[in-house]
Write a protein that binds this ligand. Structure first.
Ligand SMILES: Cc1cc2nc3c(=O)[nH]c(=O)nc-3n(C[C@H](O)[C@H](O)[C@H](O)COP(=O)(O)OP(=O)(O)OC[C@H]3O[C@@H](n4cnc5c(N)ncnc54)[C@H](O)[C@@H]3O)c2cc1C
Length: 424
């Protein structure tokens, strides 16, 4: 890592040294982009995996199963070997893109200004806090989210609780069971407000094997405790209340993109994802600023974010060489009934770019995903899914779409897949 400069110049500045940002930087260098700088506010590169001391990471990237910290270190070493410059402990606090792009960073060494021709935003996600979840009760110690737990366990080697209640059944909730095991904590229950797990049922073998009871249709009504958490009051859907002794509450899931910078830079923000909108080349509403990784879609695996970072880097390199189509006409992709979001949110009519649209449904669904343009059905695709599961649709199906395409879920199971449909 070289010493930071008061003023630096980059052909491409990558903001965020997680899997997406590091993959993008490595790919840019391999494509011959001269001056690639990656900044991250943390003192070490690697993003979230730095403090996920468990597998599985790295199958796509290194062909083997690694723990998060080993994976993070390898990605960082690869980027540096490729020639990317890493500026760590350096928070980006503003992006000015009127005229040239000028990025302002703050660090303990003082302010730094970086002028860049292109930016890739790869700032990842953050978790919904207790306050934002509107959980009432006392404010004792021991109410954490998964990021804080991982940091206690793997970076500070401390156990913040011994008998927590885990809220949620997303993949990260299961990963937190492994973290609890590592610090010698025995969760007293996992609770889920839906009537089924968010992950596939087979994955719920893990709490079963670890002896952690799972309660569905159950919410936290109250947290009790003066200094530390002493108990929670659980409310079931039928209205019954129950006190459960515990010494901590772990809030899992409900991620949202870390989009503060995107917002303050005036980029268009998607209401469905909470992140910046992009076209199929990863261009935000300011076409010199691209985005990749979980800032676009809360939340994907590290391997997915890594692959997306590489792809977006290829589009950035093409753009620097003047090879991307101009943003003239765009087709708007809009989530309709039972669809929470669609990424990318717009397509330029030219071919190329990402291969798939990524969607999430709002409810458990079984039937068909439909796409309509001016009321005309242009694509249907069988779909059985649940919230927080990745749904893909081929972008090539919309090659000749025009205006706006609305995606909905249709419970007509007889619908068949037609990818050659067009909208005129
Ligand atoms: C608890 C937990 C367990 C997980 N377990 C797994 C697993 O086992 N396997 C798996 O494949 N995936 C797992 N994931 C998902 C995986 O970690 C993410 O998919 C991946 O980290 C996303 O990469 P990213 O680069 O988009 O974002 P991140 O990894 O979040 O990196 C974003 C980076 O941007 C930096 N940043 C943000 N804002 C600024 C700013 N203003 N200035 C400078 N830097 C900034 C952050 O410091 C961070 O380093 C897990 C996630 C969690 C939360």
């Amino acid at each position: 890592m070289s010493a930071p400069l008061d003023v630096a110049n980059a052909e491409v500045l990558v903001i965020g040294a997680g899997p997406a940002g590091l993959a993008a930087a490595t790919r840019l260098k391999s494509l011959g982009v001269r001056n690639v700088i990656v900044v991250d506010r943390e003192p070490q590169a690697g993003g979230i995996p730095r403090h996920c001391g468990h597998p599985p990471f790295g199958m796509r990237e290194f062909g083997r199963v690694l723990t998060g910290p080993v994976y993070a270190r390898r990605l960082s070493e690869r980027a540096q070997r490729a020639g990317a410059e890493l500026l760590l402990g350096c928070s980006v606090v503003g992006i000015d893109h009127v005229g040239g792009i000028v990025v302002t960073c703050a660090s303990s060494r003082g302010p730094t200004e970086i002028r860049a021709e292109r930016i890739i935003l790869a700032t990842g996600v953050r978790e919904t806090s207790r306050a934002a979840r509107l959980i009432s009760g006392d404010r004792p110690l021991g109410v954490l989210n998964t990021g804080a737990l991982q940091s206690y366990a793997y970076l500070q080697h401390m156990a913040p609780f011994r008998r927590p209640v885990i809220v949620g059944t997303e993949l990260v909730a299961l990963s937190s069971l492994l973290t609890c095991r590592k610090i010698g904590a025995a969760p007293v229950a996992m609770i889920e407000d839906r009537d089924r797990p968010t992950v596939r049922r087979i994955s719920m073998l893990l709490p079963h094997l670890l002896g952690v009871p799972v309660r569905y249709r159950t919410h936290i009504a109250d947290i009790k405790g003066k200094q530390r958490v002493e108990a929670v009051t659980l409310r079931r859907d039928d209205g019954t209340l129950e006190d459960m002794e515990c010494d901590g509450v772990l809030l899992t899931g409900r991620f949202m993109p870390e989009a503060t910078l995107a917002r303050s830079a005036g980029l268009e923000i998607d209401r469905g994802t909470g992140g910046p909108t992009i076209d199929q080349f990863g261009r935000t509403s300011e076409p010199r600023i691209f985005a990749a990784g979980n800032v676009l879609h809360p939340i994907e695996t590290a391997g997915w974010s890594w692959r997306e970072g590489r792809r977006i880097a290829e589009f950035v390199a093409a753009d620097l060489a003047g090879q991307l189509p101009a943003v003239t006409r765009t087709v708007k992709l809009t989530p309709g009934e039972s669809v929470r979001y669609v990424v990318p949110q717009r397509l330029v009519p030219e071919r190329g770019g990402l291969t798939y649209l990524q969607l999430r449904v709002a409810d458990d669904v079984s039937g068909a995903l439909t796409a309509r343009c001016r009321g005309q059905l242009i694509m249907t695709q069988p779909l059985t899914s649940a919230p927080e599961r990745r749904v893909l649709a081929p972008i090539s199906a919309f090659d000749r779409a025009d205006g706006e395409v609305v995606f909905s879920f249709d419970d007509n199971r007889s619908a068949t897949y037609r990818s050659d449909a067009t909208c005129v």
